[in-house]
Design a protein around this ligand. Structure first.
Ligand SMILES: [Zn+2]
Length: 260
């Protein structure tokens, strides 16, 4: 027998089916739900917009035999600002791939919240893309239980090293003076980059994007966040390579290729 439920969720993938039907993945507080929707690809369909990629809405679903079907939906935010900015759209696609590859069917409300906040800034164009990307990456990896230990130097316990080194393999922080065996992946960074990384890992969700970095500091922060995430997850992300190609960051595009 079918059961009915109402959920709020964000469309993170859509797949066309026959007869103008569609399958879409919905990120909800309870995890990802794959939903089948009838005739929504017909021109003028009532639920065409709300079931498209990066649409956030309230969905009335019918569950039958382990599958979900769309009954009706109301749009809450279509993030229109995303749709005229290819770079931002590419970044949002990378976030979707990250979520799809790491989310479980267990309740993870913090992932939906993180994604919605990030989309808000991408859509409003009020934060630089590299900053939104780095915060998303570091916070996601933290929510997945793989946060770096950035509280103090692992060797001497100094809280504010003048010359911090963020280590990828050891997932920690040391002072440059305490680093005995440097490794190629170690990041010697400015003190402001350590503060930014701490903020991304520890801050209240509402304040996650409430800081600024410029120039070289922003570049260091972005490189560290991406390296750390890729090392911990050990996965290849085609959408990340595309994003780097699009934004002209060739060196990082090489780095985004598979390491295996
Ligand atoms: Zn130290």
């Amino acid at each position: 027998m079918a059961t009915h439920l109402t959920v709020r969720g964000l469309v993170i993938r859509e797949t066309p089916l026959h007869d103008a039907d569609k399958l879409f993945d919905l990120l909800t507080d309870e995890g990802i739900r794959t939903v089948q929707a009838k005739s929504v690809r017909k021109p003028g369909s009532k639920y065409g917009a709300v079931t498209q990629l990066f649409s956030y809405g309230e969905f009335c679903l019918r569950q039958n035999g382990g599958r979900f079907y769309l009954d009706s939906a109301v749009s809450l935010n279509l993030f229109y600002g995303l749709r005229n900015d290819l770079d931002a759209l590419a970044l949002a696609s990378y976030f979707s791939e990250l979520i799809r590859k790491t989310a479980t069917d267990q309740p993870q409300p913090q992932l939906l919240r993180l994604y919605l906040l990030s989309l808000h800034h991408l859509s409003e164009h009020d934060r630089p893309l590299p900053l939104v990307k780095a915060v998303f990456e570091l916070r996601l990896i933290t929510e997945l239980g793989m946060m770096p230990n950035l509280v103090c130097c692992s060797v001497c316990m100094e809280y504010q090293p003048a010359h911090p080194v963020l280590r990828i393999r050891q997932a920690d922080l040391v002072c440059a003076g305490c680093l005995s065996e440097p490794e190629p992946q170690d990041f010697a960074v400015r003190a402001s980059v350590l503060l930014a990384a701490r903020h991304a890992v520890f801050s209240e969700p509402d304040r996650l994007f409430q800081f600024r970095l410029r120039g070289e500091s922003e570049t260091q922060f972005a490189q560290y966040a991406e390296s750390y995430l890729r090392h911990r997850l050990g996965m290849y992300f085609p959408t990340l390579k595309f994003y780097h190609e699009l934004t002209g960051n060739g060196r990082a595009a090489d780095a985004a290729a598979p390491t295996e």
